[in-house]
Write a protein that binds this ligand. Structure first.
Ligand code: NAD
Length: 321
């Protein structure tokens, strides 16, 4: 029988991913700071524990799917800084910092495989890998592309960085949750690929939103315009699979008041990562930088917890409609 897999972070993405591990016959030992997030998974057979430390004690393969992981490397201290809600929770329990990985790393057993699917800075992944190595464990970055729908259908794309000898062990688990698993080279390279993808996604989404809005202002029916774009050279994922205009498609956040999906805060975070890496490598990213600013402004105007396709609504409000 299969040995248990640990899972930390049961949010929009983590929850459906962990479900797919269960479906594939892996016992799952899971945790999240929000007990509500664990309930659903527990009901379908996961073992829910109170802390990442307990996950680390009981599993020797652990996946993390968290908003972000800030790694202050004093000894082996690391700290996850989460969404606004988690921050509120943190202050309410008066934990000094959010001790997730700190505890996880303290308790991690020798030989443990840590797979982090959060989108974080490639440099942080490399630091995590160095810290894991000191503990006799292996850390790989395996950020994903695809969104909540793809996570539910096990159709994610995983971009994996880390020691090649460990790749097969990671791949065995990742194929239960994704349709494409791509080895990108050394640790951090998965993140590099992911950050590039999301920068293009952000630019594409803003472009789609402003294009759709212009068309509507010119009197076009949004469904018709989307149909035309999607059979023409303007087609992109944001126009075709994740259209930001309410009423154009079903089953996407724009059809549901921009709830669920990929939060604007998370997109702003990813663009911040893109900006950091671009600054460090002296790479010009004029549109990436502008996209970063647009999503950051949205965060301070009430869009933080809405799906990032709400940039359409933001543009409409900006023009006073
Ligand atoms: P989310 O905010 O919905 O989920 C994160 C979960 O982590 C929450 O349930 C939160 O309670 C939990 N958490 C935070 N700190 C914790 C801690 N210290 N201990 C235990 N649990 C903790 O975020 P998400 O949309 O699932 O995204 C997760 C990651 O995946 C992010 O890095 C994001 O950028 C990336 N990502 C998201 C999508 C998407 O479409 N949502 C797509 C690709 C990649």
């Amino acid at each position: 029988s299969k040995t248990p897999v640990g899972f930390v972070g049961l949010g929009n993405m983590g929850s459906p991913m962990a479900k797919n591990l269960l479906r594939n016959g892996y016992p799952v030992i899971a945790t999240d700071v929000f007990p509500e997030s664990c309930k659903e998974l527990q009901d379908i057979g996961a073992q829910v524990v109170d802390s990442p430390a307990e996950v680390a004690e009981r599993a020797d393969r652990i996946l993390t799917m968290l908003p972000s992981i800030y790694f202050t490397f004093t000894g082996s201290l690391c700290d996850t800084r989460a969404s606004a809600d988690v921050r509120r929770l943190k202050t309410s329990i008066k934990e000094p910092g959010n001790a997730l990985c700190f505890v996880l790393f303290r308790k991690v057993k020798k030989g443990t495989l840590l797979i982090d699917s959060s989108t974080i800075d490639p440099a942080v992944s490399r630091e995590m890998a160095a810290a894991a190595e000191k503990m006799g464990a292996v850390f790989m970055d395996a950020p994903v592309s695809g969104g909540v729908g793809a996570a539910s259908l096990a159709k994610l794309t995983f971009m994996v960085g880390g020691v090649e000898e460990e790749y097969n062990a990671a791949q065995e688990l990742l194929t239960c949750m994704g349709a494409n698993v791509v080895y990108c080279g050394q640790v951090g390279n998965g993140q590099a690929a992911k950050i590039c993808n999301n920068m293009l996604l952000a630019i594409g989404m803003i472009g789609t939103a402003e294009t759709m809005n212009l068309g509507i202002r010119l009197g076009l029916d949004p469904k018709l315009l989307a149909q035309i774009l999607n059979m023409s050279s303007g087609r992109c994922w944001s126009s075709d699979v994740y259209n930001p205009v309410p009423g154009v498609m079903e089953g996407v956040p724009s059809a549901n008041s921009y709830q669920g999906g990929f939060g604007t805060t998370l997109m702003a975070k990813d663009l911040g990562l893109a900006q950091n890496t671009a600054t460090n490598t002296k790479t010009p990213i004029p549109l990436g930088s502008l996209a970063h600013q647009i999503f950051r402004v949205m965060c301070s105007r009430g869009y933080a917890n809405k799906d990032f396709s709400s940039v359409f609504q933001f543009l409409r409000e900006e023009e006073g409609q």
